[in-house]
Design a protein around this ligand. Structure first.
Ligand code: ARG
Length: 572
């Protein structure tokens, strides 16, 4: 059940005359401080301004008519015109009892099920994944999980860059500098070496390399048998290397339709756009002018080659035809912002005006020097070695904290803690901002980290172990949940917020709304745990009630973390 939704519609029904219902509903939110109740409706201030009325008077008029039962009694008017809502404790207690052992965590089927395509990860293959790919992979995976949890239909699509100029460089390298034995031994490493070699020579300004590499790409696209055959040979190895990383990260895709898949459709796209008079010729190229004052969107270069933009148009056409999505999310670096702005504008003119196209942009991962994260040698950080290091760092923490666990167990815990730390550090940022990669911070036992949340979960499991009680037994006994202590109440209100949080995160496409919530929940648990004895509670009823609160917290933490692609362990 979505408490915020219920309160919003109740306040919506009480919107003062002349006020905007949506805006008034939007101004209902959870209170930051229990002093101001559990939720507040703050719309009267803005409304007072637009209507030229006294906000406190508006608030009392709203208070007269609003009906919040059975959730809460009449709201309280505070300050210049806030309406503070305090949920009935009996209602809270019952709602919570209903959640105990509920595998759906209080989520119900959506009013209208949407189909969402999530275009994420989408690395350029043929070079190893690096730290820059982490954000798209982790953010996209989390958004997909959140939409799925809300009951929407999700298509996870890895739009692999398997057709671009990097293949030309590899082909050039293959023909000019390959080491057959090295390729036999480890194809991916050899291909990566060839790619880097070509790139370095081009950077160094070596004559002819760039043109030669471009010619190889053009030949590949034109269907040259030798290049096509080499492409066919290289691809499986490239995919296998990616697969290993996705496997480790627990990331999966429904489809992996790379740029090459769309190649046969490109000519039609250009023709169709030209026929409809949307595209035109300009300086030998075929382009769409989105804004005459700015550079146009190129769909066929003057040398006849189609490009990234053409492919993205064909992709939209294909996705709409295949899945008829309500929304397509592009989880891509913010530096591609202009590309997507133009792409979406062209798609709209082309007739794709019903599907909601969203660029889910994100910032850069920075090193301690606040410059893009590089290794000491100045190379981009490979994703594989980064994950290795995460697990090694986590192992130090686990070895320090739990020397009594068996070594294999510690290794397993380190994997969960290390990967969790890296993912969480990324997801807990407002995705638009850059963030500084810092092992110490991301593995801190205290603070807004996965480690802290995983630790809270493990601590709850240890309460059950120490009491020799199984959570299932408490669930079965269906205890009455007593909320007389402020810390119990605080925890209860937060556990109930999960559905509204997921809804907010999905609307704003921001996993950090989920991380902030989990952090807040774990803090509320920590307060509860300090102030309310569980195993030593004064009565058996109290004890069961508190065990139920522990279980609900643990299950919410576990589920919430799973939506971030993060696991938990029972001991750490
Ligand atoms: N392969 C591209 C890159 O690495 C990202 C692709 C994003 N998706 C898309 N449909 N353009 O920059």
């Amino acid at each position: 059940m979505n408490v915020l939704d219920k309160l919003r519609s109740a306040f919506g029904n009480a919107t003062p005359e002349g006020g905007d219902r949506q805006a008034f509903m939007g101004a209902v939110r959870a209170s930051a401080d229990a002093k101001f109740g559990d939720y507040q409706a703050n719309g009267c201030m803005a409304l007072g301004k637009t209507l030229g009325k006294n906000p406190r008077e508006l608030a009392s008029a709203v208070r007269e008519v609003v009906d919040l039962e059975p959730l809460a009694a009449k709201p309280e008017i505070a300050g210049p015109g806030f309406l503070n809502v305090r949920l009935h404790v009996e209602w809270l207690s019952e709602a919570l009892a209903g959640l105990l052992g509920d595998d759906a965590h209080g989520l119900s089927a959506p009013k209208t099920q949407r189909t969402v395509v999530v275009d994420f990860s989408s690395p350029n293959v043929a070079k190893p994944m690096h730290v820059g790919h982490l954000r798209s992979t982790v953010i996209g995976d989390s958004l997909a999980r959140i939409f799925e949890a809300l009951g929407h239909r999700v298509v996870r699509d890895n739009h692999l860059g398997d057709w671009g100029s990097q293949f030309g460089m590899i082909l050039w390298g293959w023909k000019n500098a390959r080491d057959d034995a090295a390729y036999e031994a480890d194809p991916v490493t050899e291909l990566a070496r060839l790619y880097r070699l070509a790139q370095d020579r081009i950077k160094a300004g070596e004559k002819g390399v760039e043109d030669a590499a471009r010619a190889e790409t053009a030949k590949l696209h034109a269907g040259d048998p030798e290049n096509r055959e080499l492409w066919q040979r290289f691809m499986p190895h490239c995919l296998k290397a990616l697969e290993a990383i996705y496997e480790r990260l627990g990331v999966r895709f429904d489809v992996e339709l790379g740029e090459s898949f769309y190649d046969p459709m490109l000519a039609n796209v250009v023709e169709d756009l030209t026929q409809r008079g949307i595209a035109e010729e300009s300086e030998g190229a075929v382009v769409v002018f989105v804004d005459r004052k700015k550079a146009p969107f190129i769909i066929r270069k003057s040398d006849g080659a189609s490009n990234y933009g053409t492919t993205d148009l064909a992709t939209i056409q294909y996705r709409v035809k295949t899945w008829n999505p309500d929304q397509i999310l592009y989880v891509v670096d913010h530096r591609q912002g202009d590309h997507f702005k133009q792409l979406f504008a062209v798609a709209k003119t082309w007739g794709y005006d019903k599907v909601d196209l969203e660029h889910v942009a994100f910032g850069t991962i920075l090193g301690a020097d606040r410059r893009p994260f590089k290794t000491r040698q100045g190379d981009v950080v490979g994703l594989e070695s980064l994950l290795e290091e995460a697990v090694a760092e986590a192992r130090k923490v686990v070895d320090g904290n739990s020397p009594d666990l068996a070594p294999e167990e510690r290794a397993r815990v380190a994997e969960v803690v290390g990967l969790g730390a890296v993912k969480y550090a990324d997801l807990s940022q407002n995705r638009i901002s850059d963030y500084v990669f810092d092992w110490q911070k991301m593995l801190a036992m205290n603070g807004n980290t996965a480690t802290y949340l995983q630790y809270a979960y493990a601590r709850i499991q240890s309460i059950f172990r120490r009491g020799e009680i199984r959570p299932e037994d408490v669930r079965q006994r269906k205890p009455v949940i007593l909320l007389s202590h402020a810390a119990e109440r605080g925890l209860a209100v937060r556990v109930l917020r999960l559905p509204e949080i997921l809804e907010l995160a999905a609307n704003e496409l921001k996993p950090n709304i989920v991380t902030d919530y989990l952090f807040d929940l774990a803090n509320a648990f920590s307060t509860f745990f300090e102030e309310c004895p569980v195993l030593k509670a004064e009565s058996a009823e109290r004890r069961d009630s508190r065990l139920a609160l522990c279980d609900l917290t643990a299950e919410t933490l576990k589920f919430g973390l799973s939506l971030l692609g993060i696991d938990v362990v029972d001991r750490m």
